[in-house]
Design a protein around this ligand. Structure first.
Ligand SMILES: NC(=O)C1=CN([C@@H]2O[C@H](COP(=O)(O)OP(=O)(O)OC[C@H]3O[C@@H](n4cnc5c(N)ncnc54)[C@H](O)[C@@H]3O)[C@@H](O)[C@H]2O)C=CC1
Ligand SMILES: O=C(O)CCC(=O)C(=O)O
Length: 430
C-alpha cells in the first residue's frame, strides 16, 4: 500500500507531520531540489496498519492497532524505532519515519527511514501481556520487516526486552538453518541476545557529545552549566548522566507524571534508582521539590534537553525559555513557529536529526556486528560513535555557515542532498 502525504499547503494540520513537512519543504526550497525527487521524498513508500487480537491476563481478548511506515529506502534498508504510546497513529508514524530518513542520510549510514508502534498505554498492561502483544504484533507484521528490509529498534516505552521478544518471534517463523542469519532483524537487543555494548546509552551519549561540540565551538566550558531535562527514560537519563560527569548540573526534570526541581543539583544516578523503584515516576524523589509542569520550560538554566515527545516547545512557551541552547534528544520536540521565535531570540538549537542520531548510529554498529559475526567492546563502540558524531556535527555547523541558515535547515540540506545525489546517479531522474 502506498499513500501520499500532502504538502503543508494542502494540509494545514498542526502536529509532527505538519512540522516535518515544513522542515523538509524549507530546505528543499533553498537548494531548489529537483521537482521529481521532491515528489518521491514527499510520500511514504509503504504503510502497514495491523489489527490483532491478544488474550489479556483476565481471559478477555483485546484488539490492538499497530503501525509500521516505511518512508524511503534509496540509501539502504528501512530503519527506525517502535513506540508504544496512546498518541501513536498513522500521521505520527509517517512523521517519525520521515525524520528517520533524514537522520540516517545525515549520519552517512546505509539506511532509509521507517517508524511504527502500537497505540496503547503500556502502564495499563502486565509484562506478560506486553510480551503477548509484542509477539502478536511481530506475527502481524510478518515479512514486512527483515534484517535486510526493515529493522526496528527501541523508542518510547519499548526497550531491549521488547526487541528480544520481536527477535525470538521473528526467528520462530524461519527454518532452523535460517535463524542465525536473522539476528539483525532488530537492534537495541539485550547483549545476551545479540545486542551491542553501548547501544543502551548511544542516544544519550550522542546528545551529550553534540552539546560538548557546541561548547567547543562557543569556546565555553560545560562545568557548572545548569541543564534541565524533559523525559527521564533512555535518552534523558543517559544524556544527563554524561553531562553530569562533565561537571554540568541537572536542576530540573519532567516526566509523564510531573516535574521536580532543585537548583543545587539532582543526582542522575539517585534519581534513576528512585524511578526504577517507583514504577518509572520521578515524583516523590527526596532530592528535589515538585513544581508545576507549566513552569518547567521557563526555568532559569543554560541548556534545555527535551527528551520525551514531539511538539513540546510551541508558541505558547517559546517566549519564556531562558536556556541559551536547546538540544533535541526527542524527535520533533520543537514546532516550526516556536523555532522561529527561538532563533530570533538568539537561542541555539541542535536539531533532533543530528542531536539524537547516536541511537541509530549505535544500532548500525549492532547490525554490522551481527551481520559480520563480530563483538566489539564498549570502548570501541563509544569511540566510533564519537568520531561519527563529531563528523556530522561539524559538517552541519559548516553548512549552516556557508548557506547562512540555522542548524536544522543545514542538517536537512545535507540529508536531502545525499538522497538527491543517489537518485541522480542511479539515472532515474537525469
Ligand atoms: N531510544 C532511542 O534510542 C531513541 C529515542 N529517541 C527519541 O527520544 C525520545 C525519548 O525516547 P526514550 O528515552 O527512548 O523513551 P523512554 O520511554 O525510555 O522515556 C520516555 C520518557 O519521557 C517521559 N514522558 C512521556 N510523556 C511525557 C510527557 N507528556 N511530558 C513529559 N515527559 C513525558 C516518560 O515518563 C519517560 O521518562 C522520543 O522522542 C524518541 O523518539 C530518538 C532517538 C533514539
Ligand atoms: O536505533 C534505531 O534504529 C532508531 C532509533 C530511533 O527510533 C530514532 O532515532 O528515532
Amino acid at each position: 500500500m502506498t499513500t501520499t502525504i500532502t504538502s503543508e499547503k494542502k494540509q494545514p494540520k498542526q502536529g509532527m507531520l505538519d512540522n516535518v513537512m515544513r522542515q523538509f519543504n524549507n530546505a528543499a526550497d533553498i537548494i531548489e531540489l529537483n521537482k521529481n525527487i521532491r515528489k518521491i521524498l514527499e510520500v511514504t513508500n509503504s504503510e502497514f496498519i495491523v489489527h490483532f487480537p491478544v488474550r489479556m491476563d483476565n481471559g478477555e481478548v483485546e484488539i490492538f492497532t499497530g503501525y509500521r511506515v516505511q518512508h524511503n529506502n534509496a540509501l539502504g534498508p528501512y530503519k527506525g524505532g517502535l513506540r508504544y504510546h496512546p498518541t501513536v497513529d498513522i500521521d505520527a508514524a509517517r512523521a517519525l519515519a520521515m525524520w528517520m530518513t533524514w537522520k540516517t542520510s545525515l549520519a552517512g549510514l546505509p539506511y532509509g527511514g521507517a517508524k511504527g508502534g502500537i497505540q496503547l498505554d503500556p502502564t495499563k498492561y502486565s509484562q506478560d501481556e506486553l510480551q503477548r502483544i509484542t509477539r502478536r504484533f511481530t506475527y502481524a507484521l510478518g515479512d514486512n520487516i527483515g534484517p535486510e528490509l526493515d529493522i526496528p529498534a527501541p523508542d518510547v516505552n519499548t526497550n531491549a526486552q521488547t526487541m528480544a521478544w520481536i527477535l525470538d518471534t521473528y526467528m520462530s517463523t524461519k527454518s532452523p538453518n535460517e535463524r542465525s542469519k536473522n539476528l539483525h532483524v532488530v537492534t537495541g537487543k539485550p547483549i545476551g541476545a545479540g545486542g551491542s555494548e553501548g547501544r543502551d546509552r548511544a542516544t544519550g551519549y550522542g546528545v551529550y557529545l553534540t552539546i560538548k561540540f557546541w561548547a567547543e565551538s562557543k569556546n565555553t566550558d560545560l562545568k557548572g552549566k545548569k541543564f534541565i531535562v524533559q523525559g527521564f527514560g533512555n535518552v534523558g537519563y543517559w544524556a544527563a548522566y554524561f553531562l553530569e560527569r562533565e561537571g554540568a548540573v541537572l536542576t530540573a526534570v519532567q516526566d509523564a507524571y510531573g516535574s521536580i526541581h532543585n537548583d543545587q543539583g539532582i543526582s542522575t544516578e539517585n534519581l534513576m534508582a528512585y524511578t526504577k523503584a517507583n514504577k518509572g515516576s520521578i515524583l516523590g524523589f527526596a532530592g528535589a521539590s515538585p513544581m508545576d509542569n507549566g513552569d518547567f520550560f521557563s526555568l532559569d538554566c543554560d541548556i534545555c534537553i527535551p527528551a520525551a515527545l514531539g511538539n513540546q516547545i510551541t508558541v505558547k512557551n517559546a517566549h519564556t525559555i531562558k536556556a541559551g541552547l536547546i538540544a533535541e534528544g526527542a524527535n520533533g520536540p520543537t514546532d516550526v513557529q516556536a523555532e522561529e521565535i527561538l532563533l530570533q531570540r538568539g537561542v541555539d538549537i541542535i536539531p533532533d536529526i543530528l542531536c539524537n542520531s547516536g541511537g541509530v548510529i549505535g544500532s548500525y554498529f549492532e547490525w554490522l556486528q551481527n551481520r559480520n559475526g563480530e563483538i566489539w567492546t564498549l570502548e570501541e563502540v563509544l569511540d566510533k560513535l564519537e568520531k561519527k558524531m563529531r563528523e556530522s556535527y561539524f559538517k552541519v555547523a559548516q553548512k549552516a555557515k556557508s548557506k547562512k541558515v540555522d542548524m536544522r535547515t543545514a542538517a536537512f540540506i545535507i540529508a536531502i542532498e545525499r538522497l538527491e545525489e543517489t537518485y541522480v546517479q542511479r539515472g532515474i531522474f537525469p
